[in-house]
Design a protein around this ligand. Structure first.
Ligand code: BG6
Length: 492
């Protein structure tokens, strides 16, 4: 391993899902690419009662499934990586565990605490680390996974604890969507091209749609998910980040505070939702079969689907609706943002020429077929004048074949190198929760009478279609639209 300074990467929750699926595979890929610093080591903490061998074996079994470089790994690469792994059984709620940790870290100049634990443990662990003086070294960092709290009040409390014990520069609140290539490319598309910017506003754009659909259900994350739900799990973080990237003003410089300021300005501009509006702008759904999943309350009222309509009240976006949708057990795993342009102001061609005519559309496909599609009308060849929409498509994988770094590879490397640009500031959290807490409160008060209300493999409850159709629009991403678009090659 080569690079700047020695580092111990301490994972709280080393026996959990995130560690095996994301963290260790990303660190392993960085290791194989020789991007980790010299003397890097990983200290896994959990209370599974495992031995070192059990830990290594558990991680190795999963590396084959989750590492990008699984094909090139071989026993030798894993062996050289596993030398840097250490496992400790610790109870995170006991003070003596942190005395033990002090001893382990005594000779290290730099450590990163990655909290890959259940959300309710986060504040407790932070307090214990503070009491054990493990934040005194300004080179130490704490990484916190979302959800950052569960509403405005709890997130403010968590922030108070964090800022009492740490400098903001030591805190890395991670949202892995900001590490995705296609998400970062929204910045390049908007701010490294002059073509789109003049059109990127209420004069030309009729509405913006953001869909993050997952085919999978809650799998074995029932304990966490049933207390969270789709609004906290996906909208508060990933979908609002996407909205901010689409709606933000151009940053003057690509530096943390400037970038974050512009993103947070968008959140501050989102029209506050009145209590009596919640049922008009927010739809929740639960898939049939959710209540029978492992570790889910058989009477659960947790939503596995959300659709929202938001407005960004500023000069650029006044009265342009932003429709957001996220859910589990939908027909396909696909995340995309679609900017629908206004219809032409005057129909030059006679009615029957544009039976198939649709407004222009710019589609940013985040995953899985990473691409950008510009849809416009052409004349269909033939003796009659007929219009037809066609797609001009940029496929990432045709242009840049090979492996992309995963979002976690990008973000873990940033943390190791102390680059906080893509991490979330506390005021961003306050702004996001301020928007959504009213919805959470209203939902809490009213038990949904129709849950579960959508079958697995559908696009959510009917109310989600009604939400947009009431405005005379339609969701542009549908099973039919996916079938009609020629596929890009998938990334490896
Ligand atoms: C996580 C959520 O943040 O994002 C999961 O907790 C969700 O519920 C996941 O499945 C989706 O991430 P991706 O990268 O697969 O779109």
């Amino acid at each position: 391993m080569t690079g700047p300074s020695p580092t111990i990467f301490v994972i709280f929750g080393a026996g959990g899902d995130l560690t095996k699926r994301k963290l260790i595979p990303a660190l392993y890929d960085l290791f194989l690419d020789q991007k980790l610093p010299q003397h890097f080591s990983i200290l896994g903490l959990d209370h599974q009662g495992w031995t070192q061998d059990d830990f290594n074996k558990h991680l190795k079994e999963n590396i084959n499934e989750f590492s990008h470089q699984r094909k090139s790994n071989g026993k030798e690469s894993w062996r050289s990586f596993s030398i840097f792994l250490k496992y400790l059984n610790l109870d995170f709620l006991k003070a003596e565990s942190y005395t033990r940790l002090q001893v382990e870290l005594k000779n290290s100049p730099k450590y990163i605490f990655y909290l890959a634990t259940a959300p309710f443990l986060v504040e407790n662990i932070i307090n214990h680390l503070g009491e054990a003086n493990l934040f005194l070294n300004k080179e130490s960092r704490v990484v916190i996974e979302k959800p950052f709290g569960k509403d405005l009040e709890s997130s403010s409390k968590l922030n108070e604890t964090l800022t009492r014990l740490l400098d903001e520069s030591q805190i890395y609140r991670i949202d892995h969507y900001l590490g995705k290539e296609t998400v970062q490319n929204i910045l390049a598309l908007r701010f490294a091209n002059s073509l789109f910017e003049p059109l990127w506003n209420r004069n030309y754009i009729d509405n913006v749609q953001i869909t993050v659909a997952e085919e999978i259900g809650v799998e074995n994350r029932g304990n966490y998910y049933d207390k969270s739900g789709a609004l906290r799990d996906m909208v508060e973080n990933h979908l609002l980040q996407l909205l901010c990237l689409i709606a933000m003003e151009p940053p003057i410089e690509f530096i943390k505070n400037e970038f974050q300021n512009k993103m947070i300005d968008v959140l501050h501009s989102i029209r506050p939702i009145a209590k009596d509006q919640v049922s008009k702008i927010a739809v929740r759904g639960q898939y049939i079969g959710y209540r029978e999943e492992p570790r889910i309350d058989p009477n659960s009222k947790t939503e596995t689907f959300v659709a929202l309509k938001l407005y960004v009240d500023n000069w650029r976006w006044q009265d342009v609706p932003f429709y957001l949708r996220a859910g589990k057990k939908l027909p396909k795993q696909v995340a995309e943002i679609s900017l629908q342009f206004r219809s032409v102001p005057h129909q030059t061609f006679p009615g029957k020429t544009h039976e198939m005519s649709v407004p222009n559309n710019l589609i940013i496909r985040i995953q899985p077929e990473e691409s950008i599609i510009l849809r416009f009308q052409v004349k269909r060849p033939g003796t009659h004048f007929k219009l037809q929409p066609v797609d001009m498509r940029f496929c990432y994988n045709e242009f840049f074949p090979g492996k992309f770094p995963s979002a976690y590879e990008t973000l873990l490397l940033d943390i190791i190198n102390g680059d906080g640009m893509l991490f979330i500031r506390s005021d961003r959290e306050t702004a996001a929760w301020s928007i959504l807490t009213v919805i959470l409160d209203e939902w809490e008060k009213k038990t949904p009478s129709d849950f579960p209300n959508y079958p697995a493999g559908s696009w959510g409850p009917k109310a989600s279609d009604d939400l947009i159709e009431r405005d005379g629009r339609k969701w542009l991403l549908t099973s039919t639209s996916l079938e009609e678009q020629s596929a890009c090659p998938l990334s490896q």
